[in-house]
Design a protein around this ligand. Structure first.
Ligand code: WTA
Length: 640
């Protein structure tokens, strides 16, 4: 397979080349893609100064990413399965779409979108369960040059509306509902509520999936099956520029407002394909399964774009790991003879807790490679995954990356890079990580720990934050000159391997989902009885981090004290969604603040972790007495 590294020596050589001559290296990788017109220059960039960041890969190249998935692969793969869809309920029938079939569906739906007046540059919001039509919608947008903005189907009406409004999307594609285990989620109801405050939306396309009854708003709502009725499957792809936008994906940051991370076509395409085939060591004919939801970046890059660009067979699953029982993942691995399996540490920990009997008894001999993503994997979970699932024969790739990076950045290459439990190991070719101290001084050599930054552009990197370019600069490029700030802390061990420690900002990684503390606080503060709140993360056995909210309320009486916690949880559910509901809520009468009014989260974090012994200097606090009160009422056993 072209551009696939096959040995450690080759990796080391490619890495050297990629640093010495990035243009030569990436230009060479991109040769294997299908260009309507080749680029004039591989890279043009600046991280500083007027208009920064300004990063352009494959300058003036013309292409369409779907031509790289379909037309480029069609000769060889027309009858090869592209997508295997496994339904929530194992009693329902799976769907297998070959490259030829998927191509026809994409072209037909692309024509349907055009009929509705959707054109190049328009933003289309997708709020769908994990069904093949989600892939079809993404690729149909890309085919006609529309920008997709996928909103995870677990977000609430209010969170959906915020994202639609920020992107000023004019079309929403959704479903009557989705299945999750024993539940059917009434998505259309959520959409109806969201669209009351979304003036930019002209139409909503609704996929019939759960067949639950839905309200149809005349003049706005259209059924998916009507949009494609009688529509031709002939469609010529729109010619796009390398740096035209492919998609927007919202992610949480340190402020309450989610950021629309923007990725552009050519760089993302080259990077998604390159990382997919190298990290997972995909070989022709392998069956690849990434269990993420396409609503997050992992699904974008490693269910859809990376695998399909490579010409792989990619499994997608609508359900949950524990339905109908905790052996479901292994049933699916066995059923489709999955070769590469990619999941999140939180899922592994949840399955560890269910007991080994759910794994043993399944034939997992097809597995060749195991992967993890989204958060640091603890050694116990790593061992279980390695020994029980992989029978000690499958390398584990612990892949570190972010929504902003577009693809995997620091990772072993499966079976090539010697691994160590809980270390993401080494950077991929083209990736130049550096560790700095808080003042921005580079920490050289091995055995150092600091703030992880990247010092040179890579093709898959973020280009801007939608509608607010300055925010992109401030968030990622202003802390340290000429460096991209990841927001993670990391350690480089004696061998030069990287261990990712976790976020250094006010973002909590809950079950691998990024949640901004400010976002949760804003939601909690919507409750009429809440005066103020402060949210921190705390260690959680399964989720990695749980959400701990300290809340000041007014007018609390014995009557409403009992219900206030649930009401606060419901408020968060309403404004963000179930993923952001606090695990612990502690009602307090005051918060530790400095004299200038800043909440000292460091103290709350310590108390939340159950470690109130060493709170550091509290003398600058306005009222040190509140700390004692909070410790005494803390929701966790406080070690003294
Ligand atoms: C964390 C997910 C440790 C990290 C692809 C990062 C990880 C954030 C790992 C990005 C890993 C991701 N080890 N931590 N292998 N992978 N993270 O944007 O804190 O949803 O900044 O992208 O997840 O989360 P995001």
């Amino acid at each position: 397979m072209v551009n696939k590294i096959t040995s450690l020596a080759e990796y080391l050589k490619k890495y050297e080349e990629s640093v010495a001559d990035p243009d030569g290296f990436w230009g060479n990788v991109a040769e294997s893609h299908f260009w309507r017109k080749k680029w004039d220059k591989v890279l043009d960039w600046k991280f500083e100064g007027e208009g920064a960041p300004d990063v352009n890969w494959f300058v003036n190249g013309k292409l369409n990413i779907t031509e790289n998935i379909f037309e480029r692969n069609m000769f060889m793969r027309k009858d090869q399965v592209a997508i295997i869809w496994e339904p929530n309920d194992p009693k329902d029938k799976e769907i297998k779409l070959t490259y030829g079939e998927l191509f026809d569906k994409v072209k037909q739906f692309a024509n349907g979108l055009k009929k509705l007046g959707i054109k190049k540059g328009d933003r289309v919001a997708l709020y769908l369960p994990m069904v093949p039509e989600l892939v079809i919608s993404m690729l149909a947008c890309a085919r006609i040059g529309a920008i997709h903005s996928i909103v995870f189907a677990g977000f609430s009406a209010s969170a959906l509306a915020d994202r639609i409004n920020d992107a000023k999307a004019n079309l929403l594609i959704t479903s009557d509902g989705g299945f999750r285990g024993t539940k059917s989620i009434p998505m259309k109801g959520i959409v109806d509520e969201a669209l009351e405050t979304c003036p930019s939306i002209k139409n909503a396309i609704i996929l019939e999936h759960t067949k639950d009854e839905v309200k149809i708003v005349k003049g706005r709502d259209l059924w998916w099956h009507d949009v494609i009725k009688g529509v031709s499957t002939d469609n010529k792809a729109e010619e796009m520029d390398s740096e035209d936008v492919l998609f927007i994906l919202y992610t949480s940051g340190s402020t309450g407002k989610p950021k629309g991370v923007v990725h552009t076509i050519a760089g993302y395409m080259v990077y998604a394909e390159y990382t997919f085939k190298n990290v997972f060591q995909y070989s022709d004919g392998d069956i690849f399964w990434c269990t993420a939801d396409i609503g997050w970046v992992t699904g974008h890059s490693y269910i859809v774009y990376g695998p399909l660009l490579t010409g792989a067979t990619s499994v997608m699953f609508e359900g949950v790991p524990t339905y109908p029982d905790a052996g479901r993942f292994w049933d699916i691995v066995d059923k489709y003879k999955v070769n590469q399996f990619y999941t999140a540490p939180t899922a592994i920990r949840a399955l560890v807790a269910q007991g080994n009997q759910w794994v043993t008894g399944h034939d997992l001999s097809s597995l060749k490679v195991l992967g993890t993503v989204g958060e640091p994997i603890n050694e116990e979970a790593w061992r279980w995954y390695h020994d029980l699932v992989g029978k000690a024969r499958c390398p584990i790739v612990d892949t570190w990356w972010q929504t902003e990076t577009g693809g995997i950045m620091i990772t072993p290459l499966a079976g090539i890079t010697p691994t160590k439990p809980s270390l993401a190991t080494l950077p991929l070719p083209g990736i130049q990580p550096i560790l700095v101290d808080p003042e921005g001084n580079e920490l050289k050599g091995n055995g150092v720990e600091g703030i992880l930054c990247i010092k040179f552009p890579w093709p898959g990197m973020i280009r801007t934050t939608y509608g607010d370019h300055k925010r992109c600069f401030t968030t990622y490029f202003s802390a340290y000159k000429n460096l991209y700030l990841t927001g993670d802390g990391a350690k480089r061990d004696e061998e030069g391997y990287y261990r990712i420690i976790g976020r250094i900002d006010d973002v909590i990684n809950v079950s691998g989902h990024r949640i901004g503390t400010a976002e949760v606080e804003d939601a909690i503060n919507q409750h009429p009885r809440v005066i103020e709140s402060a949210v921190v993360g705390y260690p959680h056995d399964i989720k990695g981090s749980g959400i701990y909210a300290y809340v000041i309320c007014e007018d609390l009486s014995d009557d409403n004290l009992a219900s206030i916690e649930n009401e606060i949880r419901e408020t968060v559910n309403k404004f963000i969604g179930p993923i952001a509901k606090p695990d612990k809520i502690q009602i307090v009468t005051g918060l530790p603040k400095t004299r200038s009014g800043k909440i000292m989260r460091r103290i709350l974090r310590k108390i939340g972790e159950g470690d109130a012994t060493n709170l550091g200097d509290t003398s600058t606090l306005l009222d040190p007495g509140v700390v004692e009160e909070i410790i005494n009422g803390a929701k966790v056993p406080v070690k003294r």
